[in-house]
Ligand binder design. Structure first.
Ligand code: TXA
Ligand code: MG
Length: 318
């Protein structure tokens, strides 16, 4: 059976939906992605609520060409060589983020680096070119299920939702992209995929090193107990902050405090709180307080993901 191909009209509608802040599931050569405009906080937050993701893992941004990639990331000569050799294709490069490029903090989870990929799939290419914004996309499956390699997987996982799904049949690789950290001097493999270390050595002469000592490396966020490590100590579930403590508040009933305070959401909205979380932690941290007291945040909506991140911020440092 020949694979379906979305029409030009369908692609144009999907690009318009992304620009309007809606989610679109789209094919890539690896797996189907659940895409959102990476510069739109609310759209990115919707990825996490839609997937039912219990935590905020940093997301990959998808762009149509190297010029767009350079707008959001800084490429060393080595990173640029990898990009020229394997893009477009199933390779994601982690590089330092360009400051003030407008990417939502929920994409990078407050890290200084950003994961970028140029997919080769023609439908992904057409969609990205027409969207004219970087598209953040994890695999288009519900959290805890296997990655979606066909549009029917996507539809099954998100049955009953009005998610736009561009159907181009089964994907070519069926496995997520290789992730290489090319932010420093070494070329470090963070996730194996279709582009192997052997291929990289053969085509570029670059030696890929395996990620070692996961606990000591700050750039493998999903796997670290203590991930976002502000300088300040973080205390959770605090309803009465100590004198001089910074306060990360939530909801309308803010307790008395004499240190700096940021309210994640005065109306108690966990989506709004998620959007503000990483910037708030950075801002409070920059005030130089020894500790940040965090008010209780309910587990509902994005609360579970927020609390997961806060527990990591409060965990003993490696
Ligand atoms: O093939 C793929 O890569 C698919 C398609 C849709 O492009 N996407 C995908 O996304 O697999 P996801 O969210 O399942 O995986 C993203 C991975 C996470 O494991 C995350 O830890 C890592 O990328 N990542 C993202 N930003 C990072 C960063 N700044 N530093 C280190 N790792 C990062
Ligand atoms: Mg995934």
């Amino acid at each position: 059976m020949p694979s379906p191909t979305p029409s030009q009209e369908e692609i144009a509608r999907a690009a318009a939906a992304l620009r309007a802040g809606d989610l679109v599931a789209f094919p890539t050569e690896t797996v189907y992605g659940l895409g959102a405009d990476a510069t739109n906080d609310r759209a990115v937050a919707a990825i996490f609520t839609t997937k039912g993701r219990p935590r905020f893992n940093p997301l990959i941004i998808h762009v149509p060409d190297f010029a767009a990639a350079q707008h959001y990331g800084q490429f060393t000569n080595t990173a640029a060589q990898l990009a020229r050799t394997f893009w477009p294709g199933p390779l994601t490069l982690v590089v330092p983020q360009q400051p003030d490029a407008g990417i939502s903090d929920l994409v990078t989870t407050g890290l200084d680096t950003i994961a970028i990929r140029i997919p080769s799939h023609p439908i992904a290419q057409a969609l990205l070119a027409q969207t004219e914004h970087p598209v953040a996309a994890p695999s288009a499956n519900r959290s805890g299920r296997v990655s979606a390699t066909s549009a029917s997987h996507v539809r099954t996982d998100f049955e009953g939702s009005d998610l736009i799904v561009l159907d181009a049949g089964p994907t070519q690789h069926g496995l997520e992209s290789t992730i290489i950290d090319a932010s420093g001097d070494e070329v470090v493999l963070l996730r194996p995929g279709a582009i192997t270390a052997e291929m990289i050595l053969t085509e570029t002469g670059l030696h890929v090193v395996e990620r070692t000592k996961p606990a000591a490396r700050p750039n493998a966020p999903g796997q670290l107990e203590s991930h976002y490590a502000p300088h300040a100590q973080v205390r959770l579930n605090i309803s009465a902050p100590e004198p001089g403590e910074a306060l990360l508040a939530f909801g309308a009933d803010v307790p008395p405090h004499d240190g700096p305070m940021i309210n994640l959401s005065a109306s108690g909205d966990t989506t709004e709180a998620a959007i503000n979380l990483f910037a708030a932690l950075r801002t409070l941290d920059a005030r130089g307080c020894a500790t940040i007291a965090v008010m209780p945040i309910p587990e509902t909506g994005l609360g579970a993901a927020i609390n997961d991140r806060l527990r990591r911020a409060a965990a003993p440092r490696p």
